[in-house]
Write a protein that binds this ligand. Sequence first.
Ligand SMILES: NC(=O)c1ccc[n+]([C@@H]2O[C@H](COP(=O)([O-])OP(=O)(O)OC[C@H]3O[C@@H](n4cnc5c(N)ncnc54)[C@H](O)[C@@H]3O)[C@@H](O)[C@H]2O)c1
Ligand SMILES: [Zn+2]
Length: 335
Amino acid sequence: MKLSYSHSRGITEIVVGENLDVDRYFDKYVVLSEEGLYYSNKPILLLKGGEDLKNLKNLLIIYKFFKKYKIDRSSWVLAVGGGALLDISVFAAGTYMRGVNLALMPTTLLAMVDAAIGGKGAVDWGRIKNLIGVFYQPKLVFCDLKWINTLPHRVYKSAFAELVKYGVVLDSDFFAWLESNVDKLLSRDRGALMEAIYRGAGIKAKIVELDEFDEKGIRHVLNFGHTIGHAVERASGLLHGEAVSIGIVLESKFAKELGYLSDEEFLRIRNLLLRMDLPVDMPEIDPAIVANLIEYDKKRRGEYVLMPLPTGLGKWTLEKVRIDLLKRVLKHVLH
Ligand SMILES: NC(=O)c1ccc[n+]([C@@H]2O[C@H](COP(=O)([O-])OP(=O)(O)OC[C@H]3O[C@@H](n4cnc5c(N)ncnc54)[C@H](O)[C@@H]3O)[C@@H](O)[C@H]2O)c1
Ligand SMILES: [Zn+2]
């Protein structure tokens, strides 16, 4: 199955399948891969996966690897790994010689439906995530189901939160499809997974096409569940998707209080996440800490934070929320 989206640099093709043969697409390339994942007779740089990878030191290691193998603007780089490896690879490929040809092979479900799509590359600096980044679109994305087999269950299912996010704010049919396919997804049914990846990646690609550089207010919608979710992630140490699940529930509750969502719609959202075996309640942390962390949100504008909120299933609005109000509501909701 194939999808594509267009952008300032041309077109990105997304291929969804199992045991894909990348050599059919290009023959001369170098590989950046997480240790233990990929074997190749091409020049390969192995890196340890996970968030700690995304730093300036590793970026220099990647540049040196490119230099050693005389990468130029006609060369191809294939990056194989989870969202963290893809983020630093996009940054490296997008800045080396002002951009070399890039193909991504996401190896987590979250990276297939989210991180690999849209051309945001970044490294962390100090304690701040994604502080140094670029927009640089890959030419190809290979979503290969074979990688799903080895994912630990907790990491695997955490990606469902991003799928629910797409359903709630952008596609009510997809939301209903998720409701009908929870059991299949939990058991890693191939057909259901293929459809979830195809539709999830497609929803994100459409938004990227409309607002590639995050400057028209449209790409903000992808942040639904993340204003609170990011703060929960930092305060609790939960996985990103788990924290987003809690963020979706609390932000939906906020939308309900504002009269945007009905009680029934709110309960459908919460129940779907519960059935997906994702957390929906705040862990035992001080609500004040979460509230304070929201002040550092990247979508913050002075006294306000821009929050995408659902206005019914499959619809959304960008709400300018006063931070002090959000903090008060949060403390109230969390107690
Ligand atoms: N650029 C974007 O638009 C975007 C969007 C969403 C998330 N992200 C970024 O993605 C990162 C999170 O991505 P993630 O959820 O994929 O986490 P991750 O990259 O940290 O991977 C999670 C863990 O799974 C391991 N792993 C990867 N593939 C595996 C496989 N097939 N089998 C077994 N283990 C495997 C990794 O080594 C790591 O330990 C964050 O840095 C986040 O900022 C970026
Ligand atoms: Zn996310």
